[in-house]
Structures are given as C-alpha cells and as structure tokens.
Design a protein around this ligand. Sequence first.
Ligand code: GTP
Ligand code: MG
Length: 204
Amino acid sequence: TERSVQVKLVLLGEAAVGKSSIVLRFVSNEFQPNKEPTIGAAFLTQKCRLEDRVLRYEIWDTAGQERFHSLAPMYYRNAQAAVVVYDVTKASSLEKAKTWVKELQRQANPNIVIALAGNKIDLVTPSASSASPSPESEDEADDATATPGETTASGEPESLRQVPREEAEAYAQEAGLLFFETSAKTGEGVVEIFTEIAKKIPID
Ligand code: GTP
Ligand code: MG
C-alpha cells in the first residue's frame, strides 16, 4: 500500500503575479491568457508522486489584491508549505514577496517549507520560445539589454526583466527558501516547485 500524505499549501504574492496560473498549470496543465483576479481564495487539490510516496496537495490560492490581505492568516495558518510568487518583470512584486516571507516566518507554522517563485520568465527569455524565431540573434555582442523586438506573438506588452535571477536567488538562500523561476504560460519550472517542496515534507 502506498503512503499518501496530505499537505496543506498556500500561495501568496502580489496581485497578478500569476499565482492562480501556476496552480492551473500544476493541476490541469492549462494556461488562460486572461485569467480573472481571484476573489478571497480558491481551493484545489492535486496529487504529487515522488519515488517513494504520493502526496496530496490541498492548495489554497489566495487573492493578491490588497483588500484581501487580512484574510491571508486563515489560509497560511497550519499550512505545511507556502509558495510566495513574484513577477520577474516587476521589481515591486519581489518586495511584496519579501514582506509575505517575513509574515510567514513570524506567524506561520515554524516548520513551514517556503518556496519563492519568480514567474513570467517566458517574457524575458526570448529564444527559448518558438514564438519568435530570430536567426539574427547571434549578433548580440554589444547589446546586453534585450532587443525591443521581443514582444510575444500573442501580443503581450514587451517587457524586460526587472529582477535579476542572482539577486532573488541570493535573497532566497539567505532567507532559507527554495527558489525557482517559472512560467505558468509555458509550464517551465512549475512542477518542480511542487516536487521539490514534497521532498522537504517529513514523511510523518
Ligand atoms: P490575483 O488572483 O489577483 O492575486 O492574481 P494572480 O497572482 O492569481 O495572477 P493570475 O494567475 O490571475 O495571472 C494574472 C495575469 O498574468 C493573467 O492574465 C495571466 O494570464 C498572466 N500570467 C500568469 N502567469 C503568466 C506567465 O507565466 N507568463 C505570462 N506571459 N503571463 C502570465
Ligand atoms: Mg489569483
């Protein structure tokens, strides 16, 4: 018989960073380009299979809009894991993420496993996506800033990285967090958040 552990997980982060989209990718392997803001919170479940056991995540996807901030403790209380999300194209969202981490470290379960996820990485990694084949992309030598032609085919606003990976990763390490860069749109890094958290959840 297989062990199946239930793990209560909460997502926190500024509005529109992509919390619900990360969950939708993890639970349904889908993406909605115009996902509506979450009101209050949403609850979803998904199994996560490791080599030696299966976890059942009970996911509380909270609303990032400031007017819902006071509800958050209801959702992170008793949580065994938290995913704090920011948007790599919006520096202020990392600052907001840091305040969530501080709040969790003060108020949540002291053993909570916290992951920091820098989402929307598809907007700042041009050549990884097949949407914009650019044969001339080899001549970037003196052009360290991304070229302004990188607007995605789907018409999203052109957007540049505002949070260097190294900066966020250094912060995560110092604060004792798992760290990921993700794209709910392409799926990059999303499952990894949940499997790496799962590995850190004690067996009993
Ligand atoms: P609240 O519920 O208001 O807190 O927002 P949220 O954090 O749940 O954000 P949501 O998932 O609703 O996404 C906000 C917008 O960003 C939507 O239009 C998404 O389609 C878009 N989005 C989410 N993730 C990504 C991503 O990885 N890449 C891109 N390009 N867009 C994304
Ligand atoms: Mg949401």
